[in-house]
Write a protein that binds this ligand. Structure first.
Ligand code: UDP
Length: 337
């Protein structure tokens, strides 16, 4: 298939591009490079051994989006592009709603106009809000605790309504749990532009000497060791989930399909820290501080629906995630050039 990958230069997008090409798909990347570095492209070309078709523009630009679909025969779209920093979304709600929603409207309009009806959307386990039961199942009610999360809830709703109005759409809403890890080559990985909000890139930056110590947000949660529990999933498993979802959309009778992409296993902050220490070979400085507002005690997927319907499952362990993250971070202490 000829697949347009929006946000294909980003963390999850770049790993997915490699697997799409390996699976025989023809890929076009569109990325604004607002949060991705152009040097990713050369690294993807080195890994795949072929030139990558990259269009550098923002999907909120309706004309450019329209022209792309007018000029190219596209069979399906994987839509990763979007702002994703929770804290920043609280400070800049309007920018988050506008960017994430308008880019999706522009994309879906162009798809409709050019009769492209297969769409895989990057949603998030954040749509389960702060009241969900674990393990989280796809039919649980959705809500959010910050503007970033609301953009995911809203876009899911928009896409369900679009598919309701025209059942010829084939849409996958992929709810990611906590993506971590890096390509085993160590040449591509997660490269936060600011001080990392997320646990894994923060630990990696402590390990490489860019940060003094990890602050563990809360040691008094009702979890086995008192620290927060999450379902960390290796980005390579997540990328494979996208390829499987794309394949499945060609066969399914249902116009909207929601799938959790997680491992089904919870890991605490302390367990993750210790796994990273094993990967690095020494202890890492840390202290337990107050809980972070908005955090929940535990989040992990019930992945059985994705396993049954996609024939996919996450296979990589927490140790794999840490070893691969460390290979990337130690080879690229300051991220991409
Ligand atoms: N966390 C932490 N210190 C950090 C960043 C995160 O203790 O510097 C904890 C956080 O409280 C949560 C877990 O690590 O329990 C995962 O947080 P992250 O921000 O990576 O993902 P999310 O909260 O979105 O699941």
């Amino acid at each position: 298939m000829r697949v347009l990958v929006s946000g294909g230069a980003g963390y999850i997008g770049s790993h997915t591009v490699i697997q799409l090409i390996a699976a025989g798909h023809d890929v076009i990347v569109v990325d604004s490079f607002a949060n991705a570095k152009p040097s990713v492209v050369g690294r993807l070309e080195a890994l795949t051994g072929m030139p990558l078709d990259v269009r550098s523009f923002d999907l909120t630009d309706h004309d450019k989006t329209e022209h792309l679909f007018a000029d190219e025969q596209i069979d399906a779209v994987i839509h990763f592009a979007g702002f994703k920093a929770v804290g920043e979304s609280v400070e800049k709600p309007l920018e988050y709603y506008e960017n994430n929603l308008v880019s999706t409207f522009s994309l879906v309009r162009a798809m409709r106009r050019h009769d492209v009806r297969k769409l895989v959307f990057s949603s998030s386990a954040t749509v389960y809000g702060d009241n969900a039961q674990v393990p989280m199942q796809e039919d649980a009610p959705t809500s959010a605790t910050n503007p970033y999360g609301w953009t995911k809830v809203m876009i899911e709703q928009v896409l369900r309504d679009v598919a309701e109005a025209d059942p010829s759409w084939r849409i996958a809403l992929l709810r990611y749990f906590n993506p971590v890890g890096a390509h085993p080559s160590g040449t591509i990985g997660e490269d936060p532009s600011d001080i990392p909000n997320n646990l894994m890139p923060f630990i990696a930056q402590v390990a490489v000497g860019r940060r003094e110590k990890l602050s563990i947000y809360g040691g008094d949660y009702p979890t086995p060791d008192g620290t927060g529990v999450r379902d960390y999933i290796h980005v390579e498993d997540l990328a494979a989930g996208h390829v499987a979802a794309l394949h499945r959309l060609g066969q399914t009778d249902t116009s909207v399909n929601t799938w959790n992409l997680g491992t089904g296993h919870g890991t605490s902050v302390l367990e993750m820290l210790h796994a990273f220490e094993r990967a690095v070979g020494h202890e890492l400085a840390h202290e337990v501080v107050d809980r972070r507002p908005g955090d929940i005690a535990e989040s992990y997927a019930d992945p059985t629906k994705a396993q049954a319907e996609l024939g996919w499952r996450a296979t990589r362990t927490v140790d794999d995630m840490c070893v691969d993250t460390w290979r990337w971070q130690s080879a690229n202490p300051d991220g991409y050039p």
